[in-house]
Design a protein around this ligand. Structure first.
Ligand code: 16G
Length: 240
């Protein structure tokens, strides 16, 4: 497996072999990597060399170390393309994954002043407050709190928001979704996110706030989402 005569450094050969095993699924995300000693003995190379290969793969985020436990294969993150105003349901379906929702809260509340201003409605006007865990293949990806003016998006039910909100707005109400502005912020998980996203305390979370309007310019949602930073990454094409 290791060619000691090759001009390619041994640590590099080992790196490539480990990467290949991750890519072909022999090593699965979350699995523990064999120990340095096992590689060293099996391949008849020094532990220093094994350590070098593993360190490089940790730096490249293929692997991660957990203190006192060992080295593990890192989960592949989902890459969300930010070019386009899509819904969670559409994003998941587009990549062939099954979206689902766990509804935590669904109620109508009076809008506080700052929310009312963002939604261009009167203070205390009724808004739906919807809290959902968004899952892909049963794994929690994000916690989403959505605020929607009840007088604008009519007839919303707890049943509807357990599937797709955008689909309801466009297909059932016949409204056209226009554009959104979205803010991104790196944070550490709070208690609620730890509980609902099944992550440990202090895990990194990507917090996003999206304000979306209908085609006619009327804002219809303010959404605060917390995405698991260990599962998600974002991609945007930039032009100059
Ligand atoms: C996405 C949007 C959210 C929107 C939801 C609709 C972000 C940060 N948020 O999660 O604003 O309300 O999709 O999803 O991308 P649905 O149609 O599947 O209910």
């Amino acid at each position: 497996m290791i060619d000691k005569q090759s001009p390619i450094p041994i640590y590099h050969q080992l790196e490539e072999q480990i990467k290949a095993k991750i890519e072909n699924g022999e090593y699965k995300p979350g699995d523990a990597l064999p120990s340095e000693r096992e590689y060293a003995e099996q391949l008849n190379i020094s532990r220093m060399t094994v350590r070098q290969a593993i360190t490089n793969l940790v730096n490249e985020r293929y692997l991660h170390r957990i203190k006192g436990k060992g080295t593990f294969i890192t989960e592949q993150k989902l890459e969300q393309n930010l070019n386009g105003l899509t819904s969670f349901t559409e994003d998941m379906r587009a990549r062939g994954m099954e979206p689902s929702n766990k509804l935590i809260n669904f109620e109508i509340i009076p809008a506080k002043l700052s929310l009312a201003e963002q939604l261009h409605i009167a203070e205390h006007a009724p808004v739906y407050e919807i809290k959902r865990i968004r899952l892909a293949e049963g794994i929690p990806m994000a916690l989403e709190r959505t605020y929607i003016p009840a007088n604008l998006i009519k007839g919303l039910t707890d049943h509807i928001v357990q599937s797709s909100l955008y689909q309801y707005i466009e297909n059932e109400l016949g409204l056209k979704i226009g554009k959104a502005s979205q803010l991104f912020e790196a944070t550490l998980a709070n208690e609620e996110e730890v509980e609902y996203l099944e992550i440990t305390e202090q895990s990194p979370v990507l917090f996003m706030k999206r304000t979306t309007q209908l085609e006619n310019g009327t804002p219809f949602e303010v959404v605060k989402s917390s995405y698991r930073a260990d599962r998600y990454k974002f991609m945007l094409d930039l032009e100059r």
